[in-house]
Design a protein around this ligand. Structure first.
Ligand SMILES: NC(=O)c1ccc[n+]([C@@H]2O[C@H](COP(=O)([O-])OP(=O)(O)OC[C@H]3O[C@@H](n4cnc5c(N)ncnc54)[C@H](OP(=O)(O)O)[C@@H]3O)[C@@H](O)[C@H]2O)c1
Length: 270
């Protein structure tokens, strides 16, 4: 089935939809406009931004579960892999926290030849940086994310962590004394030229990024499952003040929904 736009919102009084891509084309939900088809090129809808971006990608069930039987795999459905791959292709650095690396047995970051060709054509390094957040450094260094990496991953940890154990396995960014200072980590990645950041979670990492107001976008895939009680949400940990987000677009494929929200900046309308 072709993708369709399901959301029709009233246009804000006296103004067109403000969400446009760098070329000035409208790429978001066209309020009161035609249905948005599944694009031939997903990059049009998930572009690299001019400004530094921390895009968070998650999948959840319609009743808000982040996992089925402890993993995200049970939530997957038509379309989400394509968006997952497109987000990885356009980013400078992929960030994931140690809980997810271990639970999901994360592999090294590999891209298709087409994705690598796209990056070459856009003057980007062949692979994004792979960034793993861990305070304890209780990591499995024989996991493919380390042993099969095309470029050494970066582990973000604290200044008090025993970073010497990572020698030969990963580069280290040490930020914060006892807790990982995520804002400093983001700044350190920017200093390395990585301004388009993609987080694949998990919920504790997203919760901390949200609490620190570091997440600028959320790409949320909604899976047509009622999972019921048990699994947690896509954020976990201490809460911060709610942050307003604005809807950039909605795509659908069969019964899956794909929402792209961006952080609303002060003074920005709906
Ligand atoms: N639905 C989805 O899209 C999705 C996506 C990702 C993951 N998941 C699921 O989520 C689960 C894992 O998520 P999780 O929340 O338990 O773990 P997580 O967020 O992946 O990892 C948490 C770990 O990150 C490290 N960390 C270091 N500094 C941190 C900070 N400032 N804030 C937060 N974490 C910090 C800590 O590692 P150390 O203990 O090493 O210090 C902490 O234990 C798995 O079941 C996975 O399948 C679902």
């Amino acid at each position: 089935m072709q993708g369709r736009l399901l959301v029709r919102l009233p246009a804000p009084a006296g103004r067109a939809d403000p969400a446009r891509d760098r070329a000035g084309r409208t790429v978001s939900v066209v309020r009161d406009g035609p249905f948005l088809p599944w694009p031939a090129d997903l990059v049009e809808l998930y572009p690299r931004n001019d400004e530094p971006t921390l895009r968070v990608n998650f999948i959840a069930s319609v009743d808000g579960a982040a996992t089925v039987d402890g993993l995200s795999g049970g939530l997957h459905g038509p379309g989400d892999k394509e968006i997952f791959d497109a987000l990885r292709m356009v980013c400078d650095a992929l960030i994931v926290a140690s809980g997810t690396v271990k639970a999901e047995n994360y592999d090294a970051l590999r891209l298709t030849p087409q994705a690598r060709a796209w990056r070459a054509a856009h003057d980007l390094p062949e692979f994004p940086l792979m960034v793993i957040v861990s305070r304890s450094l209780d990591l499995h260094l024989d996991q493919l994310i380390f042993s099969d990496a095309p470029i050494p991953p970066i582990v973000v940890t604290t200044r008090s962590a025993p970073a010497e154990k990572l020698a030969g396995h990963a580069d280290v960014i040490a930020v914060g004394d006892d807790q990982v200072d995520l804002a400093a980590a983001v700044a350190a990645l920017h200093e390395r030229g990585a301004t388009q950041l993609l987080s694949e979670g998990g919920p504790h990492l997203f919760g901390a990024l949200a609490a620190a107001d570091l997440a600028t976008e959320l790409c949320l895939s909604v899976s047509p499952l009622l999972v019921g009680g048990g699994p947690g949400r896509i954020t976990a940990g201490p809460s911060g003040p709610p942050r307003e987000m604005t809807l950039r677009h909605v795509l659908a494929r069969e019964d899956m929904l794909f929402l792209r929200y961006a952080r609303k900046t002060p003074g920005q309308g709906s």
